[in-house]
Design a protein around this ligand. Structure first.
Ligand code: MN
Length: 203
C-alpha cells in the first residue's frame, strides 16, 4: 500500500538470531525503540509540515529541515543496516562475486578493505556510521564516514553496506567498547546481500 509516511521495516531474521554477536535484548531495543523513534520523528515532522501548509502557518524551516534530515537519515541507514546483517553461519566470511572483485581492485585485498572500514567505523567522531559506497563516475568503491546520520555524506552515491556505531547499537553487549562491536560485526555481515546490491547497480 502506498503511504505518504514512513514505516518500520521488519527484520529479515529473529531478534535472537544474531547472538552471540548482537544479543536479543540489544537488537530488540535497537529496532523497536531507536529505529522506531526515527520513523516516528520523521512522520511527526511531515505531519507538522502538512498542517502548517494547510493552515498557512509559518514554521522555523531551518530547524525543521535539520531535524527532518536527522530522522530520515536515521531511518534509511537503519533499514540498510538490518538488510546487510545475517545470522552467524550465513553471515561473516569473505565476499564473493563482483563485490570481491571491486574490493580487491580498489583496496588490493579484502583484508586491507576490512582494516580501512574498521578504522573508519572506530574513528567516527561522536555517533555515526561507516558505509561502503560506490562512485559511478570513477567506478570506485569508497568508504564514507557518516557523522550523526547525515554529515560527510557523498550526495547520490549508492550505499552498499553500513555499520552503525552509535553507542545505542552496542551498549548492552559491549558497554562503551566500540572496537569490540566492530570486530563482532564481521561475523554477521551479509556479504551475499552486499554483493547483490553492487550487481544490481552495475548490471
Ligand atoms: Mn542505530
Amino acid at each position: 500500500m502506498e503511504s505518504k509516511f514512513y514505516t518500520l521495516p521488519k527484520l529479515p531474521y529473529g531478534y535472537g538470531d544474531l547472538a552471540p554477536y548482537i544479543s536479543e535484548e540489544q537488537l530488540k531495543i535497537h529496532h523497536t525503540k531507536h529505529h522506531q523513534a526515527y520513523v516516528n520523528g520523521a512522520n511527526a515532522i511531515l505531519q507538522r509540515l502538512d498542517n502548517a501548509r494547510k493552515e498557512n502557518i509559518d514554521i522555523d524551516i531551518k530547524a525543521t529541515l535539520k531535524e527532518l534530515s536527522w530522522n530520515i537519515g536515521g531511518h534509511l541507514l537503519h533499514s540498510i543496516f538490518w538488510e546487510n546483517l545475517a545470522p552467524p553461519g550465513k553471515g561473516g566470511g569473505k565476499p564473493s562475486g563482483m563485490l570481491n572483485d571491486i574490493l580487491e581492485k580498489e583496496f588490493g585485498s579484502f583484508e586491507r578493505f576490512k582494516k580501512e572500514f574498521s578504522q573508519a567505523a572506530l574513528s567516527v567522531e561522536g555517533s555515526g556510521w561507516a558505509a561502503l559506497t560506490y562512485c559511478m563516475q570513477t567506478q570506485r568503491p569508497l568508504i564514507m564516514q557518516i557523522e550523526k546520520h547525515n554529515t560527510n555524506v557523498y550526495p547520490a552515491f549508492r550505499i552498499l553496506m553500513v555499520l552503525d556505531v552509535f553507542e545505542h547499537a552496542y551498549y548492552i553487549d559491549y558497554k562503551n567498547d566500540r572496537a569490540k562491536f566492530i570486530e563482532a560485526f564481521w561475523n554477521i555481515v551479509n556479504f551475499d546481500e552486499v554483493n547483490k546490491r553492487i550487481e544490481r547497480l552495475l548490471k
